[in-house]
Write a protein that binds this ligand. Structure first.
Ligand code: ATP
Ligand code: MG
Length: 412
């Protein structure tokens, strides 16, 4: 199996100033054509460090993809490091120099003198045209292996990767196919899902099944590897069926689908409508719902009733209820949902009230406690969520739980 390593070059990555998104992009794109990334190196803008990373990366891989340090400033030294590693000189490619000059001319400026360095390519290597910036990428061969250097700017990296590198590497990895499928789940903990799946998640199994979790959303990734496409598709398909069978309605969709999309499709198909009354989520449920284009078909209205008196004035939640049970309570969340449904005249209404923190928690009602109610003609169901994390995570978890409650009601 042909393998890939990535080298990310840049002090800004090492200091945490910039998050390395290039790696994530390259890894997932290569995995989709059966080229697994086996190691990622991150290195400073220093020739020696880059050369050392190249030595280590190439020892274990057939392809090395580097990003960053191809620009015209003094800290851009990937080109020199690559030449040194290859044991060749940097050569001025006059044709490339003309292209770079044209790049600037088209923008109505003259090429800054220092950009001339971008026309220097290690002898024997090939320049990869950059449509969005001035610095071209570089493709070099080394002992039958391939080394690709791309600019650090994500948009430029992606353009050159897609137009000049992807097909070439796909060809290079022929006879080695990977099919990736994703299943999205909500409503159980990661450990519970792992328990249910048992030895399906064994590490040396093919397809390999991986599990990640983010604010309650569990993503199961099925990675099938083999010699040809249909074989892998079949293996992945078989596992997808198996997982769906085991997990039942914990699975809400496949690929990159969101809970809001799934809920939206169901509401549309069933010709039902929704309104939302939110307190601690500050409109997040409404935001997630309206992130989906065409949400006006089913989403009527949202209220953000943050202060207690607005719950009474805007929604009609009885003041005595708030005084008796507190704004963060099962009773008030239910009243919010019921009032919203009556006012907006929708099939469903969600009511949410909780303590997102960091302050305002008590022993009885700690930070992270959220009450979610879902009202419909069939009655009002409610869920008590306790997710003691940061404010953002609490709010997202609560909003997603609300959407999932609605999904469960729409299943039947
Ligand atoms: P430039 O011509 O802009 O100098 P370059 O190829 O030299 O391009 P860098 O200087 O390393 O690239 O980075 C340019 C920009 O791209 C910076 O804003 C940097 O934060 C961003 N960048 C670099 N590497 C990455 C990465 N791995 N992930 C995300 N962003 C990155
Ligand atoms: Mg730079």
């Amino acid at each position: 199996v042909k393998k890939v390593s990535i080298i990310s070059v840049g002090n800004e990555l090492l200091t945490g100033q910039t998050l390395d998104s290039n790696c994530a992009y390259i890894s997932s794109r290569l995995l989709s054509v059966g080229l697994p990334v086996v190691a990622i190196f991150m290195t400073a803008d220093e020739i020696d460090s880059i050369v050392k990373s190249l030595e280590r990366a190439i020892s274990d891989s057939d392809v090395v993809v580097m990003t960053g340090g191809l620009g015209p400033t003094d800290d851009d030294i990937t080109r020199q490091a690559l030449a040194q590693f290859l044991g060749v000189e940097l050569e001025l490619q006059t044709e490339l120099l003309e292209q770079i000059k044209t790049f600037f001319a088209k923008r109505g400026t003259v090429m800054p003198q220092r950009c001339q360095t971008e026309a220097y390519i290690p002898a024997g290597a090939r320049a990869l045209p950059n449509k969005l910036g001035s610095a071209p990428g570089i493709l070099a061969e080394y002992k039958g292996k391939k080394i690709v250097a791309l600019p650090g700017v994500p948009a430029e990296m992606r353009q050159i990767f897609e137009d000049e590198v992807f097909t070439e590497l796909q060809e290079y990895a022929k006879g080695q196919v990977t099919v990736v499928r994703k299943l999205k789940c909500f409503g159980a903990a990661e450990a519970q899902i792992a328990e249910k799946l048992g030895n399906l998640m064994e590490r040396n199994r093919n397809p390999l099944i991986n599990c990640t979790v983010s604010c309650g959303v569990i993503t199961l990734t099925i990675i099938a590897q083999g010699g040809w496409q249909e074989q892998c598709e079949k293996m992945a398909e078989g596992d997808e069926k198996r997982l769906r069978g085991i997990l039942g309605d914990l699975v809400y969709g496949s690929g990159d689908v969101s809970l809001a999309q799934v809920v939206g499709e169901k509401l549309t198909r069933q010709n039902k409508t929704l309104s939302v009354a939110e307190s601690c989520t500050g409109g997040l449920v409404s935001k997630l719902i309206t992130d989906v284009p065409g949400a006006s078909r089913y989403f009527a209205q949202g209220w953000i009733t943050y202060a207690d008196n607005t719950k009474t004035n805007e929604l009609g939640v009885p003041e005595e209820l708030i005084n008796k049970y507190g704004a963060v309570s099962e009773e008030v969340a239910q009243a919010m949902a019921k009032c919203a449904r009556r006012k907006a005249d929708t099939t469903f209404a969600i009511g949410i009230s909780g303590i997102a923190g960091p302050n305002g928690g008590t022993e009885e009602k700690p930070v992270g406690l959220v009450f979610i109610a879902l009202d419909s003609q069939a009655g009002c169901v409610q869920q008590r969520v306790f997710f003691p994390r940061g404010r953002d995570a609490i709010r997202l978890r609560a909003a997603l739980t609300a959407l999932n409650m609605l999904r469960m009601q729409l299943e039947v």
